[in-house]
Design a protein around this ligand. Structure first.
Ligand code: NAD
Length: 476
């Protein structure tokens, strides 16, 4: 996919890192210490499937242990290799620092196409991979906590959690060894939607700042904005659904593995998902025109481009044809360092991956805290909150009656006001707060310094500065 001369994913991350540290004042040697990946464990293991032993290769890379546990998803894809896992682990370090999740950075991957195996086979493979990582403390509630990524989800996380519990029968915090679990296995409300929800909150925050919108030549809010989304998996489908259903954005293009869909009037995202489930791809979907070469839709006219599939899709071969004035990197590394430079020169604003898709790790952090505290968020306060609100409403109604004021509360107000927050509402509120605060720290650096040209550079500076402070506090 990459044009000739394109750096690898890890090199691309390092190039973008180097741009930022060039304008920072780090002590000698610390710049390299933060950039390098601390360790990458490679494991090859066999699983007996369909009468013969199949050998798999997996990785768990730890980029930075300035805070522990380290955190990062596990990816199942044929493209998984050491370079990719290390690039993703590095991004996790910066991402956690940027959104102030108290973790170091890590990432894992298994080189396989999950569609080639049935559920039972995937369980055997996952449990065996987990066993290899657990016995080396590369999965551990206090040292290394994975989560879902491309090709994995709640189901795989539940298998991993169970495998850890079987191998650590006396660990009371066993459930905190992995996040993104189903609710009944210690998960948290709102984790599945979290990364897509975070993309929505990031865009909402961007559109709150007229100066920032102006840089992309945009105005107004998300209502009516024309959006192209690549990848209708966990991240892309949630982002597209929330943006269209809740913010009035119009999804005019959808790009999937087998091609792209186009409809300037807007595409019903949930209907495409149903179609994909039934037919295995987007081809033939009745509500849009189909193009077998989906990648060309990245180059179409739109207001917001949301690459939410995989890395390297906007590269030296197509960057100069990208017309979107605003790109939000829902996937990790969708824009290569070379493409980043071309797009910057064209005036395109890029909301960088380490911020844009941080919703997942943010809610993972909430899940980990929930597991360690062994209590669901809101359980202690909810009814007490409702009782206090009830007191206020009763008092208002009494006053109105006593004084003959004839006050009536607006329809629906009472129900809404009286209802105490449940776990999902608390998670969304915590996520929104995190995304707003992180955006504001980026934009302060973006607008506050003459040598900072873009949001990505600002994001790196904020993140690296926090990691550096943490190293300094340790005396390094
Ligand atoms: P997923 O496996 O659920 O979805 C990926 C989607 O992309 C699938 O629908 C797949 O068919 C599609 N796809 C694959 N190759 C494609 C191609 N060449 N063109 C178009 N579509 C293609 O994965 P996900 O969890 O949604 O992750 C997507 C991206 O978001 C990855 O870069 C991942 O690292 C990043 N991310 C995920 C999370 C999370 O919580 N899941 C968190 C942060 C970042």
């Amino acid at each position: 996919m990459s044009a000739a001369g394109e750096p690898t994913f890890r090199q691309s991350v390092d190039i973008l890192y180097n741009r930022a540290v060039a304008v920072m004042d780090l002590p000698p040697g610390l710049e390299q210490k933060i950039r390098v990946c601390n360790s990458t464990y490679t494991v090859r293991f066999g699983v007996r499937l369909r009468g013969k032993i199949e050998t798999f290769t997996g990785y768990r890379s730890v980029h930075s242990e300035h805070m522990e546990p380290v955190k990062g998803g596990i990816r199942y894809a044929m493209s998984v290799n050491q370079d990719e896992v290390e690039a993703l682990a590095a991004l996790m370090t910066y991402k956690c620092a940027l959104v102030e999740a108290p973790f170091g950075g890590s990432k894992g991957g298994l080189c396989l196409d999950p569609r080639d195996y049935d559920e039972h086979e995937l369980e055997q493979i996952t449990r065996r991979f987990a066993y290899e990582l657990i016995k080396r403390d590369l999965i551990n509630p206090s040292q290394n906590v994975p989560a879902p990524d491309m090709g994995t989800g709640e189901r795989e996380m539940a298998w991993i959690a169970d495998q850890y519990a079987r191998m650590n029968t006396t660990d009371i915090n066993a459930r905190a060894c992995v996040t993104g679990k189903p609710l009944n296995a210690g998960g948290i409300q709102g984790r599945v939607e979290a990364t897509g929800r975070g993309v929505q909150y990031a865009l909402r925050e961007f559109f709150r700042h007229p100066e920032d919108k102006a840089k992309a030549g945009l105005s107004g809010d998300l209502d009516g904005k024309r959006v192209i989304v690549q990848g209708l998996g966990n991240v892309g489908s949630h982002a597209a659904r929330f943006l269209s259903l809740e913010d009035g954005a119009k999804i005019i293009g959808i790009i999937e593995r087998d091609g792209g869909l186009w409809n300037p009037e807007g595409i019903d995202v949930a209907a495409v998902q149903d179609w994909m489930r039934a037919n295995g791809g987007v081809q033939g979907f009745p509500g849009a025109t189909y193009d077998a070469n989906g990648a060309v839709l990245l180059e179409r006219d739109c207001d917001i481009l949301v690459p939410a599939a995989l890395e390297g899709v906007i590269n030296l071969s197509n960057a100069d044809r990208i017309r979107a004035p605003l790109i939000i990197e829902a996937a990790n590394g969708p824009v290569t360092s070379g493409a980043d430079e071309i797009l910057r020169k064209k005036g395109c604003v890029i909301i960088p991956d380490m911020y844009a898709n941080a919703g997942g790790v943010t809610v993972s952090y909430f899940e980990w805290v929930k597991n360690l505290s062994h209590i669901r968020f809101g359980r202690m306060q909810r009814r007490q909150e409702e009782a206090r609100h009830q007191l206020l409403i009763d008092e208002l109604e009494r006053l109105s009656a006593d004084k003959g004021l004839g006050w009536t509360l607006s329809p629906g107000f009472k129900e809404q006001y009286l209802k105490g927050a449940d776990e999902l509402e608390l998670v969304r509120s915590g996520l929104d707060d995190t995304m707003r605060a992180a955006y504001q720290s980026m934009r302060e650096t973006w607008h506050g310094r003459d040598d900072v040209t873009d949001l990505r550079m600002a994001a790196y500076i904020v993140a690296i500065d926090r990691v550096a402070k943490s190293y300094r506090a340790k005396g390094l």
